[in-house]
Ligand binder design. Structure first.
Ligand code: PNS
Length: 214
């Protein structure tokens, strides 16, 4: 006799089924299945066993806002690669190598976080790591328009790579690398806005520039 069985809010005829989360786990083990209709929606691969995310940026220099995102991202993803764009046109204060050194010092406590650099397309860099996520922070609505454009362009280039946005911690939502450099250069305090190693590097760079200018 077939009886209705109620499990976790689902009524299933015949044998009982597990909770919904078990059924989802089984679904994820299946390979990618094409969608049963035509159209522009892509059939995407299902969730990989390990989720690798790239957190790209200029990081000139890293701020506590970036670091907060790295900490939170490291808890969400199996592996997080913080990647610096090699772009000398931006006339950075610190070289890519200097920025990588600072980043390595501050992410040292997170075993699943790694530092790298890239040039060319971000999505190609992601593919080289088999990363399926691009992590970006949004501080205010003013960030949204640029981030939306980038996310949509990146999706067009590689639909299998998803951009994930995290809201900045409110304590750091007004910080940017540009503002930190400006305030520090004009003698203002940046205490609590950047990791101590970055403040020390900024002090060193400022005195170098002052000596050069003198
Ligand atoms: O910290 P930033 O400067 O806001 O980071 C911007 C970055 C590095 C994420 C973006 O400029 C980028 O991804 N550049 C790589 C080139 C690329 O892929 N361009 C197309 C993406 S729309």
């Amino acid at each position: 006799m077939i009886r209705s069985v109620r499990t976790h809010g689902f009524i299933v005829k015949g044998k009982p089924v597990g909770p919904r989360s078990h059924r989802d786990a089984n679904d994820l083990a299946r390979p990618c299945i094409p969608l049963p209709f035509s159209g522009r929606i892509e059939a995407l691969p299902l969730k990989p066993a390990k989720v690798i995310a790239i957190y790209p940026g200029s990081f000139d220099p890293i701020t506590n806002g970036h670091l907060d995102l790295i900490q939170r991202g490291s808890r969400l993803f199996d592996r997080l690669i913080v990647s610096i764009l090699r772009n000398e046109n931006k006339r950075p204060l610190f070289s890519v190598e200097e920025r990588m050194e600072m980043l390595r010092e501050v992410v040292n406590d997170y075993p699943n976080v790694q530092v790298d650099s890239f040039d060319g397309l971000l999505v190609d860099h992601a593919a080289a790591y088999s990363a399926t996520v691009l992590l970006r922070g949004i501080r205010a609505i003013s960030d949204y328009e640029f981030e939306l454009q980038m996310a949509l362009m990146n999706r067009r280039l590689r639909p299998e790579v998803e951009t994930v946005f995290m809201m900045s911690n409110e304590a750091y939502s007004f910080i940017s690398s540009r503002l930190v450099k400006e305030v520090f250069g004009l003698g203002g305090s940046i205490n609590g806005l950047v990791p101590p190693v970055v403040e020390a590097r900024l002090r060193g760079r400022l005195s170098q520039l002052q000596t050069k200018g003198a």
